[in-house]
Design a protein around this ligand. Structure first.
Ligand SMILES: O=P(O)(O)OC[C@H]1O[C@H](OP(=O)(O)O)[C@H](O)[C@@H]1O
Length: 321
């Protein structure tokens, strides 16, 4: 009698990276994309498959493990799709080489894109400006770092960004490059918006209508910034563009554990309330002044043109094949 079909073998590194993405040890949309692509490269390098079909099945299984970690940041499936697009070969060794090349090309492009985006974003910043940041975005940091390298002196109000306080990472990174940092709690943001020249946020996904999906609290900040007349700019490489939204799909908002908000003991003290912990929210395009990408800056409403140019209607999942 035949047993159950065996699952294609996925190497330990891929499981480890997937666990680290799930626990947010590895986080930030660009970093997730980079690490996921690298993990596919390790899968290819360490595969012991002796048949091309087995090699391909393992690669697909590895991609599924990575894909299933966090639902909101589209950079993850976009990275996997990029690697799969160019996998070619009739032998295991040819396939291995082509995955290696594809991963290297992807990671290279990611680096270049962030540098190019940084230069575009830096052009918006003037010497003596004050920015306000939310969460921790390497795309936002690239803009500020480039401006500082250009000799501009900047100050920053950094929102701590509950529940995980990723604003602390931003505060540390900005202080390191000589930005004058003031850390504030999230609810103090409106109070200081009048002292701010630009609100800078990142993105986990950008929808076809120009909506920005970013760390929870972004939409409230954007509404307040608009009310105060402070420009709000989203720094997002084109890998954050969500091709599925071209065909009417919506972006899943990740719900995370209650324990990130309150521990069991504290919860028990206040009668164990229901706790909701959405990681992201959606900022409608009318509250965003510009989306800064490596290809220049765009009004949010025009981002759909760029999305179509870069992705067509391509939001397939080749790892499900
Ligand atoms: O790609 P970069 O700009 O580094 O980060 C983009 C976004 O990723 C983060 O999500 P999380 O901390 O992974 O939940 C934040 O929401 C941040 O704005």
């Amino acid at each position: 009698m035949n047993g159950a079909p065996t699952e294609p073998e996925v190497v330990d590194e891929v499981h480890g990276v997937a666990a680290d993405i799930g626990s947010m040890e590895i986080r930030g949309a660009a970093t997730i994309a980079d690490t996921a692509a690298r993990a596919l490269g390790v899968q290819a390098a360490e595969s012991e498959a002796d048949e091309p079909s087995t090699f391909r099945a393992q690669l697909r299984a590895a991609a599924r493990v990575l894909y299933d970690t966090r639902p909101t940041a589209v950079s993850l499936p976009n990275a996997l799709r990029y690697v799969f697009r160019d996998v070619e070969g009739t032998t295991v060794e040819e396939l291995r080489t082509s995955v290696r090349a594809s991963v290297a090309e992807f990671r290279d492009r990611l680096d270049t894109a962030q540098n190019d985006l940084g230069r575009v974003g830096a052009n918006r910043l003037r010497d003596g400006d004050t920015v306000m940041t939310h969460c921790h975005s390497t795309d936002v940091l690239a803009c500020i770092e480039t401006a500082v390298e250009q000799g501009k002196s900047l100050s920053a109000y950094v929102k701590e960004t509950r529940p995980r306080n990723q604003g602390h990472i931003t505060a540390d990174a900005l202080a390191d490059i000589g930005v004058d940092v003031t850390l504030i709690v999230d609810s103090a943001a409106r109070r200081y918006l009048n002292d701010v020249d630009h609100v800078l946020v990142g993105a986990d996904s950008i929808a076809a209508d120009g909506s920005v999906i970013n760390k929870i609290g972004t939409s409230g900040l954007a509404v307040n910034a608009r009310d105060r007349g402070t420009p709000i700019v989203c720094a997002a490489q084109t890998i954050k563009l969500h091709p599925g939204t071209l065909t009417g799909h919506t972006v899943d908002i990740e719900m995370r554990a209650e324990s990130e908000v309150i521990d069991d003991e504290q919860a028990a003290k206040i009668g164990d309330p229901t706790v909701l912990n959405p990681a992201f929210d959606v900022t409608p395009p009318r509250y965003v002044d510009a989306i800064v990408t490596e290809r220049g800056q765009y009004p949010p409403e025009s981002i759909v043109t760029l999305m179509r140019d870069l992705f067509g209607e391509g939001s397939d999942h080749p790892w499900d094949a």
